[in-house]
Design a protein around this ligand. Structure first.
Ligand code: CP
Length: 317
């Protein structure tokens, strides 16, 4: 277990975190996962604190996992629904957030289609801001839960070969995963059509290849991403069929990987496009384990930005 290395009010991205800060989140999440296995799963860490879940873009996993994490930490919770709000009448994001703060919100958990929206709120509010995904920029808690899942299953991250496949260009998950995994010493390979995986990503310390067999041959972890049609302004490849033929994970391709290579996907999954249904549901798939671990990781993040003193405080070790 590491010494405490966290002194941040916000979690806005992975890029600005140190490896020690990431490890502190993972160690704290491990302690919270153990708490979740007790008969009484609630702790009073956020009692009397108010969290607003400000989701201005759709979400299933991140939204419900944050909400459950907040309940487990005994926080008061406001779920802000953009569709039913005065954002629809033209109120600005800043005014919306300041109104939430006027109700004594201590934390804003925010998802937004605009890159940088949580950073903007962190500048204009007193509340702590946690980024739950901003445009194509970053999705820090997804990267933290991915790193947690890899470390739990493989016992380490340093030295592993992690291949991320698919729509890297528009993926906030890819960016956050690349930052987290390279900081923790993994070798990251990116693969997909050249229009979606430009060579410029090599500047982030990754290998870029456009042949799937080459990309997955030596992988310990294969992390598949969906095609994000909602962020693409033009067609980036000829057809979904062709994409699946060239970059979809099927049984024949899986047979050529290391026997202990594990499959990850942040969801939502487009079955039959980036991954065969049978593989998504197989014993080599960590997809639902990632969701389970997301709860402990989000509890850890909320606890730390609230000034929590680290895993020792939870375990007594
Ligand atoms: N992984 C992820 O961010 O899923 P949601 O969009 O459902 O939150």
């Amino acid at each position: 277990m590491t010494d405490m290395a966290w002194n941040r009010k916000h979690l806005l991205d992975i890029e600005s975190l140190t490896a020690d800060e990431i490890v502190t989140v993972l160690d704290t999440a491990r302690a919270f996962k153990a708490v979740g296995e007790r008969a009484i799963k609630k702790v009073p860490a956020l009692r009397g604190r108010t969290v607003v879940n400000l989701f201005v873009e759709p979400s299933t996993r991140t939204r419900i996992s944050f909400e459950l994490a907040e309940q487990r930490l005994s926080a008061d919770i406001i779920n802000f629904t953009a569709e039913a709000s005065s954002l629809k009448k033209g109120e600005t994001l800043k005014d919306t957030a300041r109104n939430l703060e006027a109700l004594n919100a201590d934390f804003i958990v925010m998802r937004h289609s605009a890159s940088g929206a949580p950073h903007f709120l962190a500048r204009v509010l007193n509340a702590s801001v946690i980024n739950a995904g901003d445009g194509a920029h970053e999705h820090p808690t997804q990267a933290l839960l991915d790193a947690f899942t890899i470390r739990e299953r493989k016992g380490k991250i340093a030295g592993l070969n992690v291949t991320i496949l698919g729509d890297i260009l528009y993926s906030r998950v890819a960016r956050s995963d690349i930052w987290a995994l390279t900081k923790l010493g993994a070798r990251v390979t990116l693969c997909g059509p050249s229009t979606l995986v430009p060579k410029t990503f090599e500047q982030m310390g990754c290998r870029v290849v456009h042949n799937m067999d080459e990309a997955i041959r030596d992988a310990d972890i294969i992390n598949l991403l969906r095609i994000q049609h909602e962020r693409q302004r033009k067609t980036m490849f000829p057809s979904i069929n062709e994409y699946t033929q060239l970059f979809g994970l099927n049984k024949a391709r899986l047979a050529k990987t290391k026997p202990d290579a594990l499959i990850m996907h942040p969801g939502p999954v487009n079955r039959g496009v980036e991954i065969d249904s049978e593989i998504a549901d197989s014993s080599r798939s960590l997809i639902l384990e990632q969701v389970t671990n997301g709860l402990a990781v989000r509890m850890a993040v909320l606890y730390l930005v609230n000034g929590g003193k680290g895993p020792q405080e939870l375990t007594g070790n």
